[in-house]
Design a protein around this ligand. Sequence first.
Ligand SMILES: Cc1cc2nc3c(=O)[nH]c(=O)nc-3n(C[C@H](O)[C@H](O)[C@H](O)COP(=O)(O)OP(=O)(O)OC[C@H]3O[C@@H](n4cnc5c(N)ncnc54)[C@H](O)[C@@H]3O)c2cc1C
Length: 341
Amino acid sequence: MTVPIVIIGSGLAAWSTVRELRKLEALSSMALQPIILVCADNGDFYAKPTLSNALAQRRTPAQLITTPAAKIAETQNVTLIANTCVHKIDAQARVVHTDKGNFNYDRLVMALGASPIRVPVAGDAAQEVLSVNSLTDFAVFHAKLDGTPKHVAIMGAGLIGCEFANDLALGGHTVSVIDPAPRALAALIDEDTSLALQSKLAPLGVTWHFGTAVEAAQKHENRIRLTLANGEMLKADLILSAVGLRPNVQLAKDAGLTTDRGVVVDEFLQTSDSAIFALGDCAQYGFVSGKIQVLPYVMPVMHASRALASTLAGKPTPVRFPAMPVRVKTPAHPITVASPV
Ligand SMILES: Cc1cc2nc3c(=O)[nH]c(=O)nc-3n(C[C@H](O)[C@H](O)[C@H](O)COP(=O)(O)OP(=O)(O)OC[C@H]3O[C@@H](n4cnc5c(N)ncnc54)[C@H](O)[C@@H]3O)c2cc1C
């Protein structure tokens, strides 16, 4: 029996690789390669960028699913092992170990994504700090918003923090954004553009707290009392942390693969093991611009998945990233950030 390609993950990187590979196989009338896709979540396909503009559109978490897992697995001819965590990769034996058994692979694709960075917050409400990096996270956040106006404190005035601030405001909530930086999107745009964004969001109910951070969160009369590093006190119903993501590298590291900020890959998306590939938010494209490049955006995933599919189909193909501007989804003041590459 042919040993399958195993893909870990069911986000954009994983499903795009599957789709691109199946397209190539159909075009060249190749036999379908067996694929096993193992993912910690349920495998439903959704566009992650919609998580930060769903509230204004009154879309529920269920409405964000574009293709249910069973449907995509059937149409793409994939064996889906959902709700299953891979806890070890034996690179020598070419086996992945999961909580539902072990799977041999011919080639392995790591599409593991990244995890929200947690900054330390003191106080008895620290455990209530939420982050949204998956549909499941969004469902939790959406349920807590409860359809009634809330005051949400957002830690982080970066891309995700600003998008959620705009979306929450349009969804009828008030927002406080707290960031140690001096202005919104400070790492990405010039001062004038930051000031324009801030002034467009303020009348919608967004208050900005720059040059400070959340030190403590205490439960207080069914709400949360925040103490900021500058001594200011705020009251909120929910706290959303949007301070950044860290690529999921532990599995790769434990398997002896080269990792740095992400799982290091070459232009063929190949890791330091010739049978293992990585792409998406977990990957570090060491060959781009000669510096460390973690590219946690949609366009790099699309380009990488096309190249990788071609390689998996038997034609080794390097990925070439063109200019890839990122659109910040802040309808109060839409911004396009120059290519991260
Ligand atoms: C709110 C939000 C808005 C965004 N908006 C934009 C935008 O407007 N434009 C843009 O370009 N980018 C945007 N992005 C970024 C973009 O969505 C991501 O770069 C992209 O979706 C990453 O896809 P991925 O497949 O690499 O990772 P993920 O979607 O995170 O998938 C990772 C998968 O790996 C699985 N997994 C992890 N570890 C294991 C394990 N041990 N065993 C089994 N499975 C495992 C997970 O369950 C998951 O299925 C946004 C991101 C967020 C959070």
